[in-house]
Design a binder for this molecule. Sequence first.
Ligand SMILES: *Cc1c(COP(=O)(O)O)cnc(C)c1O
Length: 358
Amino acid sequence: MIPVTKTFLPPIEEYTAQVQRAYDNHWLTNRGELVKELEAKLMTYLGVNNVLIMNNGTIPLQIALKLLGNGGEVITTPFSYVATTAAIVWENCTPVFVDIHPEYLTIDETKIEAAITEKTTCILATHVFGNPCNIEVIDAIARKYNLKVIYDAAHCFGVTYQGKSIFDYGDVSTCSFHATKLFHTGEGGAIFCNDPELFNKIFYSHNFGHNGPLDFHGLGINAKISELQAAMGLAVFPYMEDIILSRQKVVSFYNQNLDFAKILKLKLREDTKWNYSYYPVIFQTEHSLLKVQAALIATEVFPRRYFYPSLNTINYTNGAAMPISEKIASIILCLPLYVGIEEDKLKQIVSIINTEAC
Ligand SMILES: *Cc1c(COP(=O)(O)O)cnc(C)c1O
């Protein structure tokens, strides 16, 4: 069976050696030594000067929206994982969708201004499959209308844009360390924020608002990651270069062997150092996608329709039509991509796609 992705697991001795440290410290949560060490390693590796790791990649979006959304309208993309939209609704803000660029698949920055109203507080955009949004234009719009920018950078571990970490852009940027993501802690995530005052609020918010055992700085929730999750992160971390290199080889294989007469691949924004996180292919029709998917499944290969459906069609959103996002969601398929996928399987996948795509 070939799944769309397979979690990278470090040698178990290396994981248990990290867990042993938590045992030795008799300390399992509340920002212990392992969490702090993982944060320090991530800052160096990513080239950022702040990070706060959390228990998943959705809660940082919620905390950012709680602090910046003010229950207003949040301009967002319909082409993302459901967490992006759900976080907006969950925090009592209103998602206002703006359609996507048909090739980059990120929010179409030229359509943002038309969606701004007096109630707009934030722009929440996703760097889709690690492909950066048009950051310059979004930034300029945000400044002009005094809006905050939150980037869902769940897919972006290790991505740089114009020579610096993608996490450095926006008022707030978030990442997911879920087991299906490039770097993982089983469940986990992170938030990045260059404004010290806002970062401080985020920090308090993620730990019930605690300011010492007896005082409270303000309203908070529990978004803490445990030492046991950090142990997995510390065990995976030394392999990041190998993981990215090995995925790069799979991506090159697809690039060199797929026949792009009837399918398209992701168009990366210029000046991006990408992380090989996903391999989406875009078919000409949903019929072609379904035909290829069925042929792959018949040989025990399970690609994933991702992202599907377009988020504006979910029953708790406002439902305004987003023709490009709806179209792309119906014709995009992510191919298997993970460390250790065998070359004969890749050949089999490519051959099926090249024959069946129509
Ligand atoms: C994975 C993902 C999330 C959610 O992250 P979790 O760690 O699973 O909570 C949010 N947004 C996008 C785009 C994702 O892919």
